[in-house]
Write a protein that binds this ligand. Structure first.
Ligand code: ZN
Length: 148
């Protein structure tokens, strides 16, 4: 199978059967991220442990296949990580999609590498980074609140 077909399969699979979908029980942090140019609306829910580890991370909302798949893949990748470590991966992901880098996403991004191709389509980059922007905001808020 061609790499691009494989990537398509990953994106469609996560768009049709999103993982970690649905709100978390309260109390949790949550934020609504929206992308008006495409109509994507994603709410990201986060539970951090007192040590600043991502214990639970989910999302819900609606939008295009890219926005849904990206949120689903993000939750799988970042649950269990320290907030600080997650922030670095978020930055790396965003830089990769929006920046000048011609490199592939590193191996440790796993299936998320399926999304690297959207940087060829600037209007879709916001779809892919939407949920990541939301999570980044939550992590930065938590860092201020809890001194993490
Ligand atoms: Zn979209």
């Amino acid at each position: 199978m061609e790499l691009e077909e494989l990537y398509q399969t990953v994106i469609l699979d996560h768009a049709r059967r999103p993982r970690n979908y649905g709100p978390l029980p309260q109390p949790c942090q949550q934020v609504l991220a929206d992308n008006p140019t495409c109509g994507d609306e994603v709410t990201v829910y986060l539970q951090l442990s007192v040590e600043g580890i991502i214990e639970a991370l989910t999302f819900d909302g609606q939008g295009c296949a890219i926005s849904q798949a990206s949120a689903s893949l993000m939750t799988l990748k970042l649950i269990g990580k320290k907030g600080q470590e997650a922030l670095l991966m978020i930055e790396e992901f965003q830089n990769h999609l929006t920046g000048e880098s011609r490199q592939e996403l590193p191996e440790n991004f796993g299936d998320l590498r399926a999304l690297a191709g959207v940087r060829k389509f600037p209007q879709r980059v916001n779809c892919a980074t939407l949920s990541w922007n939301g999570l980044k905001q939550l992590l930065l808020d938590a860092r201020v609140d809890k001194n993490l």
